[in-house]
Each structure stands twice: as C-alpha cells, then as structure tokens.
Ligand binder design. Sequence first.
Ligand SMILES: [Zn+2]
Ligand SMILES: [Zn+2]
Length: 137
Amino acid sequence: MVGTPQIRMTKQRQVILEELCKVTNHPTADEMYQMIRKRLPKISLGTVYRNLEILSELGMVLKLDVGGTQKRFDANVENHYHARCKDCGSVSDVHMPVSLDVEAKAQSCTDFDIQRHTLEFVGVCPDCQEAGRRMDA
Ligand SMILES: [Zn+2]
Ligand SMILES: [Zn+2]
C-alpha cells in the first residue's frame, strides 16, 4: 500500500479541479464538498478543504477572501474582478479589463513593491433583485 495515499490525493485533487472548472459561481469549500461527494462518495470535508488550500498554494486555483465570510474558490487564476451580493453573499465575475493603472498609481504612493491588486464590487445580485421585486408586488 506504500504510495497509494499520494496517488489517491492526486486523483482527489484532479476531481476537485475538474469540478471547480465546471462552475463560475465561486463555491465555498462546503459547496465544493457537496459537488465532489457525488463523484467521490468517501471524501471528507476536511480532505476537500485541504486539497483546495494546496491547489491555491500551487497557484492552480484562486482563493477569494471576500467580505470576511467563508472563503470561496475560483478555477480562473487570472486577475479579474468580482461582485459580491450584500444580501445572499454570492460572488460573480465582473467582465471588465483589469486596470494596471491602479497598480502604477499605487506604486507611486507607497514604498511597497506592488505586485497585484484585487477589486471587489458590492451590490445586489439578479436573484435578490428579483426576490425584492416579488416582495414589493
Ligand atoms: Zn444575492
Ligand atoms: Zn472569479
């Protein structure tokens, strides 16, 4: 059985990455667990969580620390912007070009060696807007 755990880890990691690539809703570790469990019924939440952390350390997934709530994960590791719903906490991509100007400006205002920036917009998602309209009616 020597070496088996490592192979199993790799397979689990692969499934986690595959499942994350299928979605664009930036799932939490819990949500990932629900998805992964359908393919690997014996996997534990801790294993999913640990593998997500490893994948993010390897730069293969993006870990989003948005709004101080649960961490969310993204298969798109290119810098891009996000919008967070203040009502339900969902996170969506905002398809606009990343502004490198911001980094240059920041660089001129600080002694930090600026390497990247993140930007999070906060608002109300379409589903919650819809729910709000239903409540008003
Ligand atoms: Zn919402
Ligand atoms: Zn994203």
